[in-house]
Design a binder for this molecule. Structure first.
Ligand SMILES: Cc1cc2nc3c(=O)[nH]c(=O)nc-3n(C[C@H](O)[C@H](O)[C@H](O)COP(=O)(O)O)c2cc1C
Length: 328
């Protein structure tokens, strides 16, 4: 039987299928079920910077510039006895005690401010790695691309300065020079990059003429954008790439592995099918490898990436040929 072990977050994983951060990974019981179903790792529900910050805000504003002061750190220990933060650290230590599957904490970051001290608490609670779920909507026309990029780079630097566990970042595709930015991120010292997060999207209801929220869950057709960029980016960086969005089956997961990802992160399929979706994906990956005669994921991982094939198909964006041939 094929060996489906792989690497991501700087860790050895038993499977390339990772349970992505979502409300499914915010409760210990559910996390254990996902581990038992065969997840390679579990990324816990993100704790939001605003949640960390609001519990610390008053003290932080009084103590600006005192971050390395031992008294400040004592106070930090004191405040994290507060509900949200304490619960999150307990989720880490509880799940770590109950499974050997790597537990990855996740912080949603919207600024590079003092909440980064909480990353150290996450490490102390036993998390195997930390994923930074980073996003700023680039809608403020007064800010340059460099301003936006600086936020990512500064946050990463601050977090790397306080933890020893591997740190990865999960990003969107909203960069004016995506390849350039991914290369900058890849040389900061992080262990991996996850592309691309899925967000709440606005929709419009034409009956009530109001702005609503689009479907939160992805469909199995939503994988093409991260697939394209996995193919293009995987050969450009030396750290591991994980892919997320629209991965609902072993077949789709295999497309990402062939294109250069070392793992995939799934959420929506877990809402549709439950944790057994992971068991099914692991089996599908293993069966395909047996059928193809591959013994390990390294035997085929990245074999169709742009770097391995020089395929122009990864970059083609216009429909010119298609329309020409089909004559419509
Ligand atoms: C209900 C829900 C909650 C999510 N919460 C988070 C979160 O807290 N942090 C995060 O990084 N991603 C979060 N995500 C994004 C998922 O981790 C995943 O990357 C995204 O949904 C794309 O994968 P999918 O197509 O398999 O759903 C959430 C997704 C869903 C559907």
């Amino acid at each position: 039987m094929a060996n489906i072990s792989t690497r991501f977050f700087g860790l050895d994983l038993k499977s390339p299928v990772i349970a992505a951060s979502s409300s499914m990974t915010g409760h210990a019981e559910q996390v254990i079920k996902l581990a038992e179903a065969g997840a390679g790792a579990i990324v816990l529900k993100s704790i939001f910077e605003e949640e960390i910050f609001s519990e610390l805000q008053e003290e932080l504003s009084l103590r600006t510039g005192m971050n390395s002061d031992p008294e400040y750190l004592d106070y930090f220990d004191y405040v994290i006895k507060e509900e949200t933060l304490r619960k999150y650290l307990h989720l880490i230590s509880d799940t770590k005690a109950r499974t050997t599957v790597p537990i990855v904490a996740s912080i949603n970051c919207v600024s590079s401010s003092d909440w980064t001290l909480f990353a150290r608490k996450i490490e102390e609670a036993g998390a195997d790695a930390l994923e930074l779920n980073m996003f700023v909507t680039p809608s403020d026309a007064s800010k340059t691309s460099e301003n936006h990029e600086q936020f990512y780079l500064e946050t990463i630097q601050k977090v790397l300065a306080v933890v020893k566990i591997p740190v990865t970042v999960k990003i969107s595709h909203y960069f004016s020079n995506l390849s350039g930015m991914v290369q900058k991120l890849a040389t900061t010292g992080i262990a991996g990059i996850t592309i691309f997060n899925r967000f709440y999207s606005p929709d419009v209801d034409i009956q009530s003429e109001s702005v609503t929220v689009a479907d939160v869950l992805s469909t199995s057709h939503d994988y093409l954008l991260p697939l394209k960029w996995t193919g293009i980016l995987s050969g450009q960086i030396k750290i591991d790439l994980s892919a997320t969005s629209g991965i609902h089956s072993a077949e789709t997961a295999l497309k990402f592995l062939l294109s250069g990802a070392t793992s995939v992160q799934v959420a929506s399929v877990l809402y549709h099918e439950g944790p057994s979706a992971i068991t099914k994906m692991n089996k599908g990956i293993s069966d395909w490898m047996d059928q193809k005669g591959y013994k390990t994921i390294a035997d085929f991982q990245g074999s169709l990436s742009q770097a391995a094939t020089s395929a122009q198909a990864w970059e083609r964006t216009q429909f010119m040929k298609y329309f020409g041939e089909k004559a419509y």
